[in-house]
Design a protein around this ligand. Structure first.
Ligand code: ADP
Ligand code: MG
Length: 679
């Protein structure tokens, strides 16, 4: 059933503090329009969509209103795509990846898919995921960094697919979230300016959902029902601004500095698709990797929703208008989605059916978690094996192609040789007849050989080096036709250009080949012989060249083997170099540490010697002090002895004084008594 692509616009919160000076975007229901500052709408700049989300709208609401139906339909077997389009920093990644508090569409979709399939008990599901990035028109695998520059292939069974892209079979949402996180790490790998990269690259997260009905009553897994296969793409596009903006003021760089080719082609594709069925004749999906991958989503069997993110600031008004115009055109596109049911081996469920049944039988009676784990492991192993085989097939195909090219080149050379040989044999015949015939005119007519004549404008020209004197003439066979320019000659020879001066045996002469009717009577036998010799030399050269080519062909085979061996050796060498480098690093570190320790030891020794000097000094001082102390002690002892002697002397003196005093006192008393008697 034909249905329109669902288109919504989401305005992110304003980042700048500045209030608008002239215009602002007004949102009413599902309409967004540019207004003058005082409220009047600007005519021609009002757009209506399926939804218009204002800056307060959460990812949860966007998911509920815009994407949920697409996701649920994918579980039911419809292809689905949701992508975010808009200028850099308008909120695409915020919408698709979200934040911790408000997970984005991808997380919600993954959770929703697993929740939904758990509620469907009568179907068995097989889900696999992949994650890729398109950067500068190259597809890189975000689940496996080694898978770079992957090609897009198309087959009847698989439709359009990225060859060699890793796919992981998953059982629950947590596994997918973990894988996505590892993918993000790969995206950051080796990239210094992540913002610059993300504004120029597209990421496509893809889920392939396969399901088949099971007979729940008997638990019969071999039900032969058709298998539903749907592909769900969740895409975070590169920044849609066509011109680089720099600085806070958004100074515009010159147009055309960097235009993202995929986005340009996406715009063209949307334009053509929106022009209705009449002009749908040629849609240039093949002009870019992105549109080729999203071909079904854009113009075919898919349910698609586009969220166009815009920035509200006045400085971005032109970009916002551009985004809204893109959104308006996208809204006119009609798709025709239908459930994809297939019976062939294109479904992985079908391809793996026998092995899984076998495993189920073997593990009968095991716990269901064990069984689930084992099945998941087996499925992933088988898928890896398939992908590996696909990769090898691609390489083989490549090898076949180059082999064919080489063979073609050899065939071309052989053709050339045959042409020349036939020419030479003609020449031989002509020279033998020449000996019998007299008339130069007859000779020319009979044998149709080249003769000497002024050049005509439409003759072959082979490359001639600068010092060649006669640039207008060259000894070339007629059998190639006489109308060709240098370029055609180059192509016919597959890149081989005869340098006339390398034909040393033949000096540059005025030689020109012409069809028989052009033959003039002034052909001479001598000249003809020379011409013949010339051709013979050329034939020899070509034969040599052929041998050389064959030799080279063998060499190429040997080289290829050698290259393989060399690359293995290189890998080994790289490994040893790496380990050598790391040991060198370790050695350097150890040496540095050793030097540090040596320095420390030296400074310690220095300190020790200074300390020991100090100690000697102090010991000397102590000894001196001790000596001083001893002499002091001695002096004190002497003094004490003297004091003792002195006190003994003093005591005896005191005693004698006391006795003198006593005597004196008694004498005074006696005298006093005598005086009293007298008076
Ligand atoms: P884009 O992927 O388009 O370049 P981002 O999603 O990285 O832009 O958004 C740029 C900045 O704006 C981020 O810091 C993001 O968190 C913020 N942002 C974008 N949209 C919203 C929104 N609706 N609500 C809150 N913040 C948002
Ligand atoms: Mg982004």
């Amino acid at each position: 059933m034909a249905e329109k692509i669902c288109v919504a616009v989401r305005v992110r919160p304003s980042i700048s503090e500045e209030s608008p000076s002239g215009t602002f975007w007004k949102i009413e229901d599902n309409r967004i329009s540019l207004h003058k500052l005082h409220g009047t709408p600007i005519s021609g700049l009002s757009y209506a969509f399926d939804h218009v989300f204002d800056e307060s709208c959460s990812n949860s609401k966007v998911y509920e209103l815009l994407t949920k139906d697409v996701i649920h339909a994918a579980v039911d077997g419809f292809n689905g795509t949701a992508f975010a389009y808009g200028q850099t920093s308008s909120g695409k990644t915020f919408t698709m990846n979200g934040s911790l508090n408000d997970p984005g569409i991808i997380h919600r979709a993954v959770n929703d898919v697993f929740q939904k399939i758990q509620m469907i008990s009568d179907r068995e599901f097989l889900i696999r995921v992949s994650y890729m990035e398109i950067y500068n028109e190259e597809i890189n695998d975000l689940f496996a960094v080694e898978n770079q520059k992957l090609p897009i292939h198309e087959s009847l069974e698989r439709g359009i697919f990225v060859a060699g892209l890793r796919e992981e079979i998953v059982n629950n949402a947590e596994q997918v979230i973990k894988l996505l996180e590892s993918g993000e790490v790969n995206r950051h790998f080796g990239e210094t300016n992540m913002n610059a990269r993300s504004s120029r690259s597209h990421t496509i997260f893809r889920m392939v959902i396969e399901s088949k009905g099971i007979d729940t009553g008997s638990g019969d897994y071999s039900s032969s029902d058709a298998i539903r296969v749907s592909v769900l793409n969740l895409v975070d596009l590169a920044g849609s601004e066509r011109i680089a903006k720099t600085g806070a003021g958004g100074v515009r760089l010159k147009e055309g500095k960097y235009i993202n080719k995929s986005l340009m082609v996406l715009g063209n594709v949307i334009n053509k698709l929106s022009n209705g069925a009449k002009q749908r004749a040629h849609i240039p999906y093949r002009d870019s990797k992105l549109t080729r991958i999203l071909q079904t989503a854009l113009g075919g069997n898919a349910k698609t929703s586009i969220i166009c993110t815009v920035a509200p600031e006045e400085v971005h008004v032109e970009e916002t208008k551009g985004t809204l115009q893109f959104a308006s055109r996208a809204k006119r596109i009609t798709n025709c989605a239908q459930v994809n049911e297939i019976l062939t081996d294109a479904a992985l469920l079908k391809r793996q059916q026998l092995e899984i049944e076998d495993l189920r039988r073997k593990l009968q009676g095991s716990r269901s978690e064990v069984l689930e784990q084992e099945i998941l492991k087996l499925r992933n192993d088988m898928l890896k094996y398939e992908l590996e085989r696909e990769k090898l097939e691609m390489e083989l195909e490549e090898e076949r192609r180059s082999h064919k090219e080489r063979e073609q080149r050899i065939r071309d050379q052989q053709l050339k040789i045959e042409n020349l040989s036939s020419l030479v044999s003609d020449g031989d015949r002509s020279s033998s007849q020449d000996s019998m015939k007299e008339s130069p005119k007859d000779e020319c007519n009979d044998f149709k050989t080249p003769c000497f004549k002024e050049t005509s404008n439409n003759a072959f020209v082979a490359k001639r080096s600068n010092y060649s004197e006669l640039p207008d003439f060259s000894p070339l066979p007629d059998s190639f036709s006489n109308v060709a320019d240098e370029d055609t000659w180059f192509k016919m020879n597959k890149g081989y250009i005869a340098d006339l001066d390398s034909l040393q045996t033949t000096p540059a002469r005025k030689v020109q080949s012409f069809p028989p009717q052009d033959i003039t009577p002034d052909c001479s036998n001598d000249n003809y012989k020379l011409e013949l010799q010339n051709l013979k030399t050329q034939l020899e050269l070509v034969i040599k060249e052929k041998d050389e080519l064959q030799r080279k062909h063998e060499e190429v085979q040997i080289n290829r083997r050698l290259v393989g061996e060399i690359s293995e050796l290189k890998q080994e060498l790289d490994l040893s170099n790496n380990s050598l480098e790391s040991s060198e690093q370790r050695y350097g570190n150890l040496e540095r540490e050793f030097q540090k320790l040596k320095d420390e030891r030296d400074s310690l020794l220095q300190t020790v010697s200074e300390s020991s000097k100090n100690i000697t000094f102090l010991t000397d001082q102590k000894e001196n002090i001790l000596k001083d102390l001893n002499s002091e002690v001695q002096r004190r002892k002497d003094l004490e002895a003297e004091i003792k002697q002195f006190s003994v002397a003093f005591a005896s003196r005191q005693r004698s004084l006391a006795s003198i005093h006593g005597e004196f006192k008694s004498k005074i008393e006696k005298l006093r008594a005598e005086n009293l008697v007298r008076y």
